[in-house]
Design a protein around this ligand. Structure first.
Ligand code: MN
Length: 364
């Protein structure tokens, strides 16, 4: 018997009300009360997958004290391409030749999809795990967010069978289910289960697909994210539904019937910008879509840097690009509702301008 069916037998109104004896009725009701308010939450916690109870997942990371950081960096969609990642991080001096954090007081955000597709997801995650405390020791910070690939793996680890990640895990003797429930020896599962769904740095949101949900005040968004992630409810549509902030791709245009990419749809782009504005945010940094707005293999921005696409197609099924890192040169720029001073950091150590255009222009 599961906890929930056990509970149902005690708390259904019919079982208490049918007695017809007033005293018993009252006592049954107070027991019912006790069960639903005290015992039910305890049972709900006890029935969570092992490892979930100790999860310290914040849901959403929020940083307003940006002055302690010099610059803000962002990368996404590494997709297990560990060798390319190392070359990129070394070339941009985010890490030194020994693989240690060398970005000082930078705040760096990894916008999801570190895993899957490529051959080395576990080394990629272990690099983030190693760098996070090193960054803090240098006065910097590394925030590693969920992508849809992490969330889908945590939702259903069996799905990895036969995939590059499944083969990688098998070769390392790691069972997908122990990784997903956070009980693997290396602690990688605990790291995955602690990943927030988004970060808000001042007036900029960082999230894998960037699609801030409709009709959702900020407090409800952060509260919902925290509740669901602390309880490991990766199957909730808020996290892995097809229009979630991690998954969104296609929208059916107003008056149309065929779905199209949200970034190809003027009204969808406008509505996203309005939703961000309504929650006091200026812009969103997102990955998930290497070709969004026509910026293939490059970081690109639209509408005064309100939407900044950072997936450069490092994945084998994209273009296996060398990758790029987004740099906000002054962390204080994120506190203001103006286009930030930002550029692209390249694997060869160079810097390049970010092309910015209006969404309605030449992407369609
Ligand atoms: Mn993705």
């Amino acid at each position: 018997m599961t906890h929930s069916t056990f509970l149902k037998g005690f708390v259904t109104p019919s079982s208490a009300d049918r007695s017809g004896i007033p005293g018993l009725h009252t006592r049954a009701r107070s027991i019912r009360h006790l069960l639903s308010w005290v015992i039910a939450p305890l049972l709900a916690i006890a029935s969570l997958p092992v490892g979930a109870q100790s999860s310290a997942n914040p849901g959403v990371v929020e940083v307003d004290q940006l002055s302690t950081f010099t610059q803000v960096l962002a990368i996404s969609d590494v997709h297990g391409m560990y060798d390319h990642l190392l070359t990129l991080l070394r070339g941009t001096h985010v890490i030194d030749s020994g693989g240690r954090w060398a970005a000082g007081r930078s705040l760096m955000v990894v916008c999801g999809d570190s895993i899957d597709k490529g051959p080395a997801s576990i080394p990629t995650l272990e690099l983030w795990m190693k760098l996070a405390p090193q960054a803090i020791a240098h006065g910097g910070r590394l925030v590693v967010l969920l992508g849809n690939h992490e969330a889908e793996f945590l939702k259903d680890p069996k799905h990895t069978a036969g995939s590059p990640l499944g083969l990688e895990l098998a070769s390392m003797g790691i069972r997908p289910d122990e990784l997903a429930n956070g009980t693997d020896r290396r602690g990688i599962g605990r790291f995955l289960r602690a990943m927030p769904i988004a970060a808000r740095l001042g007036k900029f949101l960082f999230a894998h697909a960037g699609w801030y949900p409709t009709n959702t005040p900020w407090a409800r968004f952060t509260g919902h994210a925290k509740t669901l992630l602390q309880q490991g409810r990766y199957d909730d549509p808020f996290i892995t539904g097809e229009h979630s902030i991690l998954e969104e791709k296609d929208e059916i245009p107003l008056g149309g019937d065929a779905p199209e990419k949200w970034y190809d749809n003027d009204s969808a782009v406008q509505s996203l910008e309005l939703r961000l504005h309504a929650q006091n945010m200026y812009g969103v940094v997102f990955g998930h879509q290497p070709r969004a707005f026509g910026f293939k293999e490059k970081i690109g921005a639209v509408d005064g840097f309100r939407l900044i696409k950072i997936d450069t197609g490092m994945a084998p099924d994209a273009s296996e690009s060398a990758g790029e890192i987004l740099r906000f040169k002054h962390s204080s720029d994120l506190l203001r509702a103006v286009p930030p001073d930002a550029d692209r950091m390249l694997a060869d150590g160079g810097f390049a301008k970010i092309k910015s255009k209006t969404a309605a222009a030449d992407s369609r």
